[in-house]
Design a protein around this ligand. Structure first.
Ligand code: ZN
Length: 275
């Protein structure tokens, strides 16, 4: 606990909670095509929210999830996103040196917004996929991002990561559509994984895809069984489920455990000579 205060983690936690608060604004406003900067936050009843009732995490708990002006219920999404961003920022801070921390903090922030929007609207805005792709290439100028020895090799990893993952997913989508006679994967997922690949390189992108599918099964199968027992038909085998959040979960798994995961990739090392 001592190191939480001495290594800057507390400050990073507060910064993360504030960033999370801004991510909530993006999650709510981006699908409506509204500006994420103006106007200031207002309650659904129209009353402006004073700054002291807009403190990340703390305000939601103090108000117990009810607006002070009109007692409307405030979605738990707000505190979940704020707490999740803060915790992930601290976790990234603890295991990465500062330049990598900034790159991954941007990655996680865009990932949270895209996943939340995909969960609610089954769509990832192009601005987020393209933004993640560009950010991935910009941060790849730092060779540390891909454990590379030179800037050029690092950019090569970003390029192959982006192309390989989206190419592979595109072909999976083509075959799936042919086999099931309906669209199984959206173009949004293909654009999204290109951005993940630019950050994580070819191995990370491959892991995001298959790790993401594994996360999807691990989370959805129990829900499917539960739904079948309850006979509520909320989730059936024919339900459309967003893939973006699972791809992002796979990418995060690689981000935190890549040293262990890369050991398994060494078995495939002969493949890496191909590029
Ligand atoms: Zn209100």
């Amino acid at each position: 606990m001592e190191s939480f205060f001495s290594d800057g983690s507390l400050l990073i936690f507060i910064v993360g909670a504030c960033v999370g608060s801004f991510l909530n604004v993006c999650i709510v406003r981006m699908p409506k095509g509204q500006s994420v900067v103006f106007p200031r936050s207002r309650c659904a009843c129209g009353a402006p929210i004073p700054f002291y009732r807009n403190i990340p995490i703390v305000s939601w708990m103090a108000l117990r999830g009810k607006a002070a002006c009109c007692k409307r219920r405030i979605s738990p999404m707000y505190i979940i996103v704020e707490a999740m961003t803060a915790i992930l920022f601290v976790a990234l801070w603890k295991v990465n040196e500062p330049s990598l921390f900034i790159a991954y903090a941007v990655f996680v922030s865009i990932g949270i917004v895209a996943s939340a929007i995909d969960l609610s609207s089954m769509e990832i805005p192009d601005s987020l996929s393209i933004g993640l792709l560009i950010a991935g290439f910009v941060f790849s100028f730092n060779p540390l991002l891909h454990d590379a020895t030179t800037h050029l090799l690092s950019l090569k990893d970003a390029f192959f990561g982006a192309c390989m993952a989206s190419g592979l997913l595109l072909w999976i989508a083509i075959f799936a559509e042919y086999a099931f006679k309906q669209e199984a994967l959206g173009g949004g997922d293909i654009k999204w994984i290109a951005g993940l690949g630019a950050f994580l390189g070819p191995k990370g992108a491959l892991f995001a895809l298959f790790g993401g599918a594994t996360w999807g099964c691990a989370i959805l199968l129990p829900l499917l069984v539960y739904s079948a027992f309850k006979k509520d038909k909320k989730l059936t085998l024919l339900s459309r489920v967003p893939f973006g959040p699972f791809l992002t979960l796979g990418a995060l798994t690689y981000l935190f455990f890549h040293e262990r995961i890369d050991i398994y990739f060494s078995a495939l090392d002969s493949l890496t000579y191909l590029y």
